[in-house]
Design a protein around this ligand. Structure first.
Ligand SMILES: [Fe+2]
Length: 129
């Protein structure tokens, strides 16, 4: 539900990207650390800014849910000043914390399969030593 809603909202705003499509891919496997897990998988395939947003979206989401879950809602503040802090904050505010409405008119994820195939077609950001 969340991935389809996030991606649909981003498409409707003309902003589909890998963060929208893939940020919660590992949520069932690693519900508390999936951001870091997915970021590790994506690192060779997406630009560093997108990877950072995916890897940190969990702690930024605490801003909205921390009071209910007993986690620190201000935990994201330790990243304040980072060059991509505002990008991650915006992603969570506009396209994550509000994407759990089962009644939202989400497009089917299959619609975005070509984008996923393009992302993983080549490790464009693979660091070669
Ligand atoms: Fe997530």
């Amino acid at each position: 539900m969340g991935l389809a809603t996030t991606t649909t909202q981003r498409e409707r705003d003309g902003r589909v990207d890998e963060a929208a499509l893939l940020h919660d891919s590992g949520d069932e496997l690693a519900p508390y650390t999936h951001g870091e897990m997915v970021a590790a998988i994506l690192r060779p395939y997406v630009e560093p800014r997108i990877c950072w947003i995916v890897g940190h979206h969990g702690v930024f989401q605490q801003h909205y849910y921390g009071r209910q879950t007993g986690e620190d809602p201000d935990a994201r503040e330790r990243h304040r000043g980072h060059e991509w802090f505002d990008d991650c904050a915006e992603f969570c505010e506009l396209y994550d914390q509000n994407c759990f409405d089962p009644a939202y008119d989400s497009l089917p994820l299959e619609r975005f399969e070509p984008v996923v195939r393009e992302v993983f077609a080549e490790p464009r950001y693979l660091e070669r030593g």
